[in-house]
Structure formats: structure tokens, C-alpha cells
Design a protein around this ligand. Structure first.
Ligand code: ARG
Length: 462
């Protein structure tokens, strides 16, 4: 058993080794060292400005922190499990270097507000990285869409053939999702980038602190409104994890499509070699493991969100140690989301679209039945009757074992005398796509407008 020097004053005996191992977080929260040092430097500078410590002490602390930062970055820092977490390891080393001045850093501060600011800085950095990767992914999607403005494939509802769409339209649907995900994070950042420093343990402090000055110095411009809320709020983690979960959900849907598009029954894509694997027994196999794993890893991120919702739900005010669980949950989500976005961009960039197979597939499933109904409406038939007549034509075509476009004029007129010789032009699949020019529709002018909007957004973000 050993006694903790940071808080061991009132303890007669030390902690059990098992307790220390159970409660420590330095093994994983050391990754927060840059943010902890940034926050501590800002705190020390503020203490100096406010006359709580001398300017010389503030300067010494800031220089000492910089020294510690270099030790950690270069791998020479000696992490000590007995110092529990990243915060106490850094402070202990600072004190070792500076003596009494180091001991003054923690004036007017608690680890409760300290960890809050440190972690908020870390989460904000992660969010920026996710956003950069998401914008890069959108750029790949728009690039591929430009290459496939005129290629068509069956658009589905209920995973059943519905109406033909352009491949560009299909790809851009995902670009819009990832754009929303990115913007959702902009909104979350407004609440992540709030400094709790000054709340101290829970009730505020007796020193003349300047929380706003600290916030500005670390790059935030908002401070907490209530000290108890400040040290016990983990909404910022929950909200960010929700955004991460939504990213993964969208990625997972795209993975699912890539997986069945790669199945030879569809044969809509050929997987790039660099993004697929083989089988140890079946020589013909080329498996979409990357897409499958990404779909699977979505579960981890949902797990992190669920874990933190559960951790928080019963906690009384204010800080509770349970909240230390936010670190590993977030780190795991972070280590999943960022590479997933990056690898999806790489895979999409190299994915080969088999547009011949896509076009061919449009002929199966009567994707031009709506065209026939619209055609009859244009000839003066009320839409409901037109719909019914087109349904009869589908049944007849099915019986004859061919597509609507392969039926002769006579066969079609047999079903509905309103049909003229211009009907075959209306049944053309590519024409069906070209005519859908309502805003956001699959028509080429609409796709062009979407591309302009997305390209503008991408360049604004870069
Ligand atoms: N490692 C702790 C955490 O991540 C730091 C705060 C500890 N505060 C305390 N009073 N025990 O939450």
C-alpha cells in the first residue's frame, strides 16, 4: 500500500495496489497531455495576471509545462501509476522541476474543472479531424458523380426495383448525408467549446479568477454558466458520440450497398484489390471485408454512445468518478470514425462501377411502368386510371416474358387505346431519368445544380 501525495494528507494508510490499478486512468488518459498542458498554461497565465501568483511564478510554470510537454512528446517522460491520471502526473513532474512554484499551479482549480476543459479541448480537436475527413469523402463522392452523370441504374424502394436513377444521383445522396453530419458537428462544437475552468471542485472559488480570460487563451470564447453544471456536464461527449454514431450509420448503409453491389448477382461494382481480401479455401473469392468491418464497427460507436448515456443517467450533482469512463468510450469511437471516413474515401475513389451491368439491370423489374402511367396522363387519362392501365400492361408484359418497351404498339393498344406510336420514346429508361428535373431530382440539370452546391460547400470548408 502506498500513500498518494496529491490527496493523501488525510489518509492514515495507503491504497491497495488493486484499488490503484482499478481507479487509475493515466494508462489511457495520457493521450490528453497536450490539451492538459495548454489548459494549465492558460490557468497559470491567468493566475499571474490576476496577482494570485507572481508573474515570475507564472512564467516559471509555463516554461516548466513546456519542458514537460517536450519530455512526453519525445518519450522520455516517466509516467507513474501512483499519480493516477495525466493531470497529476504532469503536475508532479512540474513540481519536481520547479519546487514550490509547481505546487502553486493548482491554486483555484480542481481536477474536476481541469479534466472538463482538457477533455473538451481534445474532443474539439477530434471533431475537426472528423470534419476534414468527411469533407474529403464528399469530394470523392462528387468526383465520382461527375464521371457518372449519364449512367443509370435501378433506383429501389423496399430494395425492389422502382425507377431508374443516375449513378451520380445515387452517390450524391451520400454526399448530402456526410455534409449534414459535418454540419451537425459544427452545431455540437458550439457546446463542446465551452470552458468549465473556474468552477473548481463544484462551487466556484474564492480567488479572483478570470474564467473568460482562460477560455479565450485556449481558443474557446464561452464559459460555463453554473459551476455545478460545469463540472458534471458530459452532454458534450454524448452529443459528439451521437454525431459519430450517425456518421457510422451512414457509412454502414453505403457499405451495405457496396457489399451487395459486389455480389456477382448484382455485379454493379468491382472491388479494388487494395480494399478486398481473398478466401483461404475458395479460390474464386474476393470479399468486401473492408465494407463489412466498417458496417460491423458501427456497433462499437453505438456502444460508446449507449455506454455514456447509461453512465450518466443516475449521477447526482456534481462530479462523480463514473465520468472517467467517458475517456475510453470516446477514444474508441474516435479511433473508429476517423479511419472509417478516410478508408471509405479511398475505397470509393478506386471502386470500379460496372455501368453496363447497371444499365442492363434497369430492364428487369419494369422500372418504366411509372413512365407509361405518366405518358397516359399526358394523353388525357386521369392518373389513377393511367396507373391501372400501366399495371395491366405490366401484367401482360410479365406473361409474355418481356419488358414494356419490348411490347409492340398493337399489344400495348390492346390494353389501352390511348396509347400512340410515340409510346416507345416515353418508355426509354435514360429518358425517364432525364425528365426528372424537379429540384433535387435525378435529372441531369438537377444533378448539375447539386454538384454546384456541394462543390461550393467543399471549397468553403477547405
Ligand atoms: N481522471 C479523472 C477523470 O477523468 C479526473 C478527475 C478526478 N477528480 C476527482 N476528484 N477524483 O474524471
Amino acid at each position: 500500500m502506498s500513500k498518494n501525495r496529491s490527496w493523501g494528507g488525510r489518509f492514515a494508510e495507503g491504497t491497495h495496489a488493486a484499488t490503484a490499478a482499478y481507479t487509475q486512468s493515466q494508462s489511457f488518459d495520457r493521450t490528453l497531455y497536450r490539451q492538459d498542458i495548454l489548459a494549465s498554461g492558460a490557468h497559470a497565465a491567468m493566475l499571474g495576471r490576476q496577482g494570485i501568483i507572481t508573474p515570475d511564478e507564472a512564467r516559471a510554470i509555463i516554461e516548466g509545462l513546456e519542458h514537460v510537454r517536450e519530455e512526453i512528446a519525445s518519450g522520455t517522460f516517466d509516467w507513474k501509476p501512483e499519480h493516477e491520471d495525466v493531470h497529476m502526473n504532469i503536475e508532479a513532474r512540474l513540481t519536481e522541476l520547479l519546487g514550490d512554484a509547481g505546487k502553486k499551479l493548482h491554486t483555484g482549480r480542481s481536477r474536476n474543472d481541469q479534466v472538463g476543459l482538457t477533455f473538451r479541448l481534445y474532443v474539439a480537436d477530434s471533431v475537426r479531424r472528423w470534419q476534414d475527413n468527411a469533407v474529403a469523402l464528399c469530394a470523392v463522392l462528387t468526383k465520382r458523380a461527375v464521371q457518372h452523370k449519364l449512367d443509370i441504374l435501378p433506383g429501389c424502394t423496399h430494395l425492389q426495383p422502382a425507377q431508374p436513377v443516375s449513378l451520380a444521383q445515387h452517390l450524391l445522396a451520400y454526399a448530402w448525408m456526410f455534409r449534414r453530419d459535418t454540419e451537425r458537428l459544427d452545431d455540437a462544437l458550439k457546446r463542446v467549446r465551452v470552458s468549465p475552468l473556474g468552477a473548481a471542485a463544484l462551487a466556484g472559488a474564492t480567488y479572483p479568477l478570470d474564467p473568460h480570460g482562460v477560455a479565450l487563451e485556449v481558443g474557446f470564447n464561452v464559459v460555463y454558466g453554473n459551476s455545478m453544471d460545469a463540472v458534471s456536464d458530459r452532454d458534450f461527449v454524448l452529443e459528439t458520440l451521437f454525431c459519430a454514431a450517425t456518421f457510422m450509420m451512414h457509412l454502414s448503409r453505403l457499405c451495405e450497398e457496396i457489399i451487395f453491389w459486389a455480389n456477382p448477382v448484382f455485379g454493379f461494382v468491382r472491388l479494388p484489390d487494395g480494399y478486398s481480401t481473398g478466401s483461404s479455401i475458395m479460390p474464386q473469392k474476393k470479399n468486401p471485408d473492408v465494407a463489412e468491418l466498417m458496417r460491423g464497427k458501427t456497433g462499437r460507436v453505438y456502444g460508446a454512445l449507449t455506454a455514456m448515456l447509461t453512465v450518466m443517467k443516475g449521477l447526482p450533482l456534481a462530479y462523480n468518478r463514473d465520468m472517467q469512463e467517458d475517456k475510453e468510450a470516446f477514444f474508441d469511437a474516435d479511433a473508429t470514425v476517423e479511419p472509417s471516413l478516410r478508408i471509405m474515401a479511398g475505397m470509393l475513389d478506386e471502386l470500379e462501377f460496372r455501368t453496363d451491368r447497371m444499365r442492363e439491370a434497369c430492364k428487369r423489374g419494369f422500372l418504366n411502368a411509372t413512365e407509361l402511367a405518366d405518358y397516359l396522363t399526358s394523353k388525357g387519362l386521369p392518373f389513377r386510371e393511367a396507373h391501372h392501365a400501366a399495371g395491366l400492361a405490366v401484367a401482360e408484359a410479365e406473361r409474355l416474358g418481356k419488358g414494356l418497351e419490348d411490347m409492340s404498339l398493337a399489344e400495348l393498344q390492346e390494353i389501352e387505346p390511348y396509347i400512340d406510336e410515340d409510346v416507345h420514346a416515353a418508355l426509354d429508361y435514360a429518358v425517364a431519368v432525364r425528365r426528372r428535373e424537379t429540384p433535387g431530382g435525378t435529372g441531369p440539370r438537377s444533378v448539375e445544380r447539386q454538384l454546384e452546391q456541394l462543390d461550393q460547400w467543399i471549397s468553403d470548408r477547405n
